[in-house]
Write a protein that binds this ligand. Structure first.
Ligand SMILES: [Zn+2]
Length: 85
């Protein structure tokens, strides 16, 4: 079976990530409580229009508040349109 071409993380036209690479995808979890550790993904939607803002990727260490990742720690791709804020 041929390897899929690695698509790096990117954030195009959305506030958060539009695509996530396989490496990060492997680590992503989708539900968290205060003591969870690891990488988490949540789809972000603008409530007023229903427009998708992309995938919001955060990291939690189980002690502090979640940290929003601007760049993927695996491929270095953009996870957040920093200039957008
Ligand atoms: Zn990545």
């Amino acid at each position: 079976m041929p390897y899929e071409k690695l698509i790096p993380c990117s954030s195009d036209g959305n506030r958060y990530a539009t695509s996530v690479c396989h490496h990060l995808q492997d680590y992503l979890q989708f539900s968290a409580n205060k003591k969870s550790k690891g990488f988490f993904s949540a789809s972000s939607v603008l409530i007023s229009t229903g427009e998708s803002l992309g995938k919001k990727i955060t990291y939690q260490d189980g002690k502090n508040s979640p940290v929003l990742l601007n760049f993927c720690p695996f491929c270095g791709g953009k996870l957040h349109s920093i200039g957008d804020e």
